[in-house]
Design a binder for this molecule. Structure first.
Ligand SMILES: [Zn+2]
Length: 61
């Protein structure tokens, strides 16, 4: 398997972590900073609809 790098800091994600969480895109340190991987995955897809609408409204006005 090709080494995977953290999308935040660019460090290589440990093999153990990839095996435990194949979908992860962050190293342990960055994942910990943002909370759980579930939370960070939510950030990956964007954000929830209400937050997105708020953001759109904020940039538009
Ligand atoms: Zn990282």
């Amino acid at each position: 398997m090709a080494p995977r790098k953290c999308v935040i800091c660019g460090k290589q994600i440990p093999e153990e972590r990839i095996q435990a969480l194949p979908q992860t895109k962050r190293c342990v340190d960055c994942a910990r900073e943002k909370g759980s991987d579930i939370v960070t995955r939510k950030a990956d897809i964007g954000m929830d609809a209400d937050t997105y609408k708020d953001l759109l409204g904020a940039t538009r006005s």
